[in-house]
Design a protein around this ligand. Structure first.
Ligand SMILES: [Zn+2]
Length: 339
């Protein structure tokens, strides 16, 4: 059994996926046509050719442009269902996905529209594909804390539809401390807390996410390694880092996959897991992300197993579902041919 086949069959969970970042160019053209919206590209190929990013911001500019075509519940359902059927084919058994409500409400789409469309697809996938899920509402950090509070007010009537809140978009210049009061409020409301930190930002942003926002999980977290004491602390806390290898390469946060930080995280005992972030833009879903680091770092099967376990442990699945996911992984490891 080749390692690629082993990874393809491995039971996986994904904890860091922006549903708007799974918007494939072909579907974007279909929905744009359906909604009578003109895209500034002649073809799927021309759009794909624009996915040549220099950094996080150059990606975000296209990411927001892409989501502009999403308008109806059906659009959000189609987007989410396309992602989930791909995940079923990759043996991804549990997903925790972000949506960016402010990217939709700010252009006049009602708060409920994306939420209902995304949730309908997630429920269908649970029933028909056996994929369990949690949904996470993410605040855009380039906007103000006041705007975050306004979004939270819109969200509270729907609080049972999602388990937690995150913080994403342009990191540098928008430190965790900017959102301290908002996260205090979300914690008091009983939400799980996450923040992107240390993707492009310095170790201080990871420290801020831990000490000021008091997060349950960190998205990316790569730059915690720049501060050995902080890295040790992240390991000791058992804090899950949702690492996204393909994203790091495409946004030039890692220039050589043989130097990817997930190697050092594994060596330090940091609870890192593998995720795809914005797969339609970065050219790889879950299998490709595992394969990328496998090819670059020559991971052992035990290390691949550690990454998969960290995803299950770091998830917000129920204890019973976590036990089920772990049993599926262990059965696979026991049965897969050794070579
Ligand atoms: Zn992300």
């Amino acid at each position: 059994m080749t390692t690629d086949a082993y990874i393809a069959g491995l039971p996986k969970v994904e904890l860091h996926l922006h549903i708007e970042g799974s918007f494939e160019p072909a579907l974007m053209f279909d929905i744009a046509k359906r909604n009578g919206i003109a895209l500034p590209y002649d073809s799927v190929e021309a759009l794909q050719a624009a996915y040549n990013f220099q950094d996080l911001q150059s990606f975000l500019d296209l990411y927001y442009q892409g989501m502009n075509v999403l308008q109806t519940e059906q659009d959000y359902f189609d987007l989410t269902w396309a992602y989930l059927t791909k995940m079923a084919a990759e043996n991804v058994q549990h997903v925790e996905i972000f949506w960016d409500p402010q990217g939709h409400t700010d252009r006049g789409v009602a708060f409920e529209v994306p939420l209902h469309g995304i949730k309908a697809a997630l429920k269908k996938a649970e029933a028909e594909l056996g994929i369990s899920h949690q949904l996470i509402m993410s605040f855009l950090r380039h906007l103000s804390e006041e705007q975050g509070f306004a979004t939270l007010e819109q969200a509270l009537p729907h609080r049972d539809a999602f388990i937690g809140v995150g913080l994403d978009s342009s990191e540098v210049g928008n430190p965790p401390e900017k959102f301290e009061r908002l996260f205090d409020r979300c914690r008091a409301e009983g939400f799980k807390l996450m923040a992107h930190a240390g993707e492009e930002g310095p170790p201080a942003y990871v420290r801020g996410a831990i000490d000021t926002l008091k997060v349950d999980r960190i998205d990316h977290g790569n730059h915690c390694l720049d501060d050995p004491e902080l890295a040790r602390r992240v390991a000791d806390l058992g804090l899950c880092l949702t690492v996204c290898p393909q994203s790091n390469m495409r946004l030039k946060n890692c220039l050589d996959i043989r130097q990817h930080p997930i190697r050092a995280m594994l060596d330090l005992g940091i609870a890192a897991c593998v995720n795809s972030d914005d797969p339609a833009y970065f050219g790889g879903y879950m299998n490709q992300n595992y394969q990328l680091i496998q090819d670059g770092l020559g991971l052992s099967r035990a290390e691949i197993g550690t990454l998969a376990r960290n995803g299950i442990t770091g998830s917000f699945a129920s204890p019973a579902r976590k036990a089920e996911l772990m049993a599926n992984l262990e059965a696979y490891e026991a049965e897969a041919p050794k070579a």
